[in-house]
Ligand binder design. Structure first.
Ligand SMILES: [Zn+2]
Length: 137
């Protein structure tokens, strides 16, 4: 399986901010990230009862040092943003996954999730386009 070096600790596995002897708050101490397992992420954010849909709520608790949980929160939150369900910027999601070396792939994944489960990925873009005066009408 493909892995990439953690962008927070650069592979040391050590926390770069508070207690330097504790494990990295992004990768959890392994120093690297595994490639994204979409199925594992979807299992956390798609409700299984009845029709499969994006969960209405998903807590960011537990993202500390837990790449899978942080990725699930990131994809859930960005998909909602792309789908127009959340119009505020997903800054907390970037707080937990901002150092993920697969961040670009995570953003693409979130876009796919928005298209698949919310039917759109352009609502937030259109809304912000209006706000910023880039789209008229
Ligand atoms: Zn790390």
């Amino acid at each position: 399986m493909d892995t990439r070096v953690c962008n927070s600790c650069n592979g040391s596995g050590k926390n770069q901010y508070i207690n330097k002897d504790s494990s990295c708050n992004s990768c959890g101490g392994s120093g690297s990230y595994p490639e994204i397992n979409r199925e594992d992420v979807l299992n956390l954010i798609i409700s299984t009862g009845g029709d499969k849909s994006l969960k209405k709520s998903y807590s960011s608790n537990g993202c500390y040092g837990n790449p899978l949980k942080a990725r699930a929160y990131f994809v859930w939150r960005l998909a909602r943003f792309h789908g127009g369900l959340d119009t505020s910027m997903p800054s907390t999601a970037y707080l937990w996954s901002g150092k993920d070396p697969y961040k670009k792939e995570l953003e693409e994944f979130a876009d796919d999730v928005a298209k698949t489960y919310l039917g759109t990925s352009s609502a937030a873009v259109i809304k912000w386009g209006h706000v910023m005066g880039m789209i008229r009408g």
